[in-house]
Design a protein around this ligand. Structure first.
Ligand SMILES: Nc1ncnc2c1ncn2[C@@H]1O[C@H](COP(=O)(O)OP(=O)(O)OP(=O)(O)O)[C@@H](O)[C@H]1O
Length: 603
């Protein structure tokens, strides 16, 4: 049984509002007996979704209690992820996966069926009961609104939950489909002796199929009883008239009225967990409010519940973290492969950016090579010899510094492009999957491995290619490559952190673009910052560490002096630069962990 006792939810009102607090739910109390299908109806904005979110635990009530099967959900642990099914209003499937792939992925992430031979039959069964078999190989992006709602429901059926909460799963369907889905919800409510199915709906036409209806109005519960008795309670001829009746009184008055009648209605219809009263006795036992409610006509007797034979099985166990991680990686890779625009963009950047660096090097390769032949231990002598070629040397210094910086900036640009939207663009799916038992480390691990492949491919190819074409830039190649990889990893990690903390992909993208945009001017490679500012800014600038560490790796060559002539920014040793970049990676991962853990349903 699902029970609510005086559940209230208050939030801070917007600053310009007169009162300091908004009462989204006020003293909502109800009992929903087992094997029961209940509809929540009410005018838009009356708190239906909010009530569902409080039941799921997404929102925490300010006061009051919620009990499931006698267990207080506020004091004890939330429901087991396998016991709770929540179909939100929005689609929680990836556009580029097919219907079948989406359900199969939910099964792998939320159950241990993937290891067994029951996997395919279970998948086929879910497709069949939700009427999606003929759409199984269709991509989610081409589904209609109604079909997406069926899919949302199918994704929740993978764990056979005891408490199934649906937010407008029947909205946007044609009357036939709406009937089919309502009947399916009804059948599901009978499929387990303890199961409760709740559906928020705007459609008043098919209320008769529900065992009971809750009518919400401005955050209060104004009625909870059988659909036919609802018409009587509100003295309405048609269900639609109920909404009109609601506006005739204040929400508080409706609430008081219902408080007076709730007990009687519950006793009469057996919602208090006891047997329903015989009809005659029930009619005597309560008279609805004389002023607002007419004499009761025929009260719909709840249909005899046809409970399927069902053993009280423990909730479906969630799979191991590694299983989830590999499934997330597999799924991410499938989505990436199918997003042709992304694939081409990545290829263009991977191959085009190193070419861009090389184009800038073309003119300067000659003096660069000339300079490289003069390197030896006697730098002073070398310097004297080179004095006459002052101009070429300055050019070579500027070129070496510029080429290293250009590589770093382009690599960080690719990194931010890879990571900025990675989490923010799938936030709601992540929230749903977290509720379904997804381990945050499995999720973050899959992102680290997926983006790590780009980090390695982009930075190593950039480093090797430029080195190969220019005939070898000065300095130790291995050190330069490590610093380039670390620059890419640091920017990827920080941008992934920004993505995890941001409410929308747009916000994440803008922040990451700013971050990359400021790398060049703040690195000190072109203009030197004042000392007092440098100490504050430099620790945060990825490009500075990779650039200056790479230049320092040339310390034993004539290039170092040449470079020092074109910049007065202090250059940091490769070891320190590598360490600071590694710290950046850790900070980004920390942000990512905090952001992923944080609940962001309102994205
Ligand atoms: N976090 C919040 N802060 C402030 N107000 C909120 C918050 N969440 C919801 N609300 C407000 O609470 C009210 C109820 O919202 P809710 O989404 O529950 O309505 P609803 O009955 O489901 O509406 P609809 O039928 O249109 O989906 C709305 O006025 C909404 O603006």
């Amino acid at each position: 049984m699902l029970k609510a006792l005086n559940v209230c939810l208050e939030v801070e009102a917007p600053q310009d509002s007169e009162s300091g607090t908004l009462h989204l739910l006020r003293e909502v109390s109800f009992n929903v007996p087992p094997a029961h299908l209940v509809a929540i109806v009410g005018p838009s904005g009356c708190g239906k979704t909010t009530l569902l979110k409080v039941i799921t635990g997404i929102l925490q009530q300010s006061s009051g209690e919620l009990l499931w099967d006698g267990r207080n959900l506020s004091d004890e642990e939330d429901l087991h992820p396998g016991d709770l099914g929540y179909v939100p209003q929005f689609s929680v499937a990836y556009d580029l996966l097919t219907v079948e792939e989406s359900i199969a992925s939910a099964m792998v992430l939320r159950t241990q069926l993937s290891q067994t031979e029951d996997f395919i039959p279970a998948l086929d069964h879910i497709l069949e009961v939700t009427g999606l078999t003929h759409l199984s190989d269709r991509q989610v992006k081409v589904l209609s609104g109604g079909q997406k709602r069926r899919l949302g429901l199918a994704l929740e059926l993978v764990t056979d939950p005891c408490l199934l909460l649906c937010d407008e799963v029947t909205s946007g369907l044609d009357p036939k489909s709406e009937n089919e889905i309502t009947n399916l919800l009804r059948e599901l409510s009978r499929g387990h002796p303890k199961r409760v199915v709740v559906n928020v709906t705007h459609s008043l036409a098919s209320l008769d199929a529900y065992d009971s209806v809750m009518v919400m109005y401005q955050g209060v519960l104004t009625y909870h009883g059988p659909p036919k008795a609802m018409m009587h309670y509100f003295a309405a001829e048609h269900p639609e008239e109920v909404y009109l009746k609601l506006t005739e009184r204040k929400a508080g008055d409706w609430h008081e009225s219902w408080e007076k009648h709730q007990k009687t209605y519950y006793e009469r219809h057996g919602f208090d967990g006891k047997r329903a009263l015989p009809e005659k006795e029930a009619a005597k036992s309560s008279g609805p409010s004389k002023t607002y409610v007419r004499e009761e006509r025929t009260v719909a007797k709840p249909e005899p519940v046809e409970t399927h034979e069902h053993h009280d099985l423990p909730p479906v166990e969630t799979p191991s973290m590694m299983t989830q991680l590999f499934e997330l990686l597999r799924r991410r890779w499938t989505i990436f492969r199918r997003d042709k625009a992304q694939v081409w963009l990545h290829l263009a950047m991977l191959l085009g950016f190193p070419l861009l660096v090389v184009i800038f090097a073309l003119d300067g390769i000659k003096p660069l090579r000339a300079l490289s032949t003069h390197q030896d231990d006697n730098i002073q002598q070398e310097y004297q010899q080179m004095k006459q070629h002052q101009e070429e040397q300055l050019k070579a210094g500027g070129l070496v510094s510029g080429l290293i910086m250009l590589q770093v900036v382009l690599v960080t640009l690719m990194a931010s492009n890879n990571a900025a939207r990675e989490i923010a663009s799938e936030r709601l799916i992540l929230e749903r999957e977290k509720l379904g038992g997804l381990h945050p480390f499995a999720y973050i691990g899959s992102k680290v491995i997926f983006l790590g492949m780009f980090v390695l491919a982009q930075s190593l190819w950039m480093g090797f290619f430029v080195d190969m074409v220019t005939g070898g830039l000065p300095g130790d190649l291995a050190t330069k490559l490590v610093l380039l990889v670390l620059a890419s990893a640091a920017m990827t990690s920080v941008c992934l952190g920004i993505s995890a903390m941001s409410k929308t992909p747009e916000k994440a993208t803008i922040l990451c673009i700013y971050l990359v945009g400021f790398q060049l001017p703040l690195s000190g490679a072109v203009l030197t910052l004042p000392n007092w500012l440098e100490n504050w800014v430099q620790p945060l600038v990825v490009a500075f560490w990779s650039w200056s560490g790479s230049l320092s790796s040339m310390r034993s060559t004539a290039f170092y002096d040449a470079v020092k002539q074109v910049t007065s920014t202090d250059l940091i040793s490769p070891a320190i630069a590598g360490f600071v970049l590694f710290v950046h990676v850790l900070v980004g991962l920390g942000m990512c962990f905090i952001g992923v853990q944080r609940s962001q349903w309102d994205s």
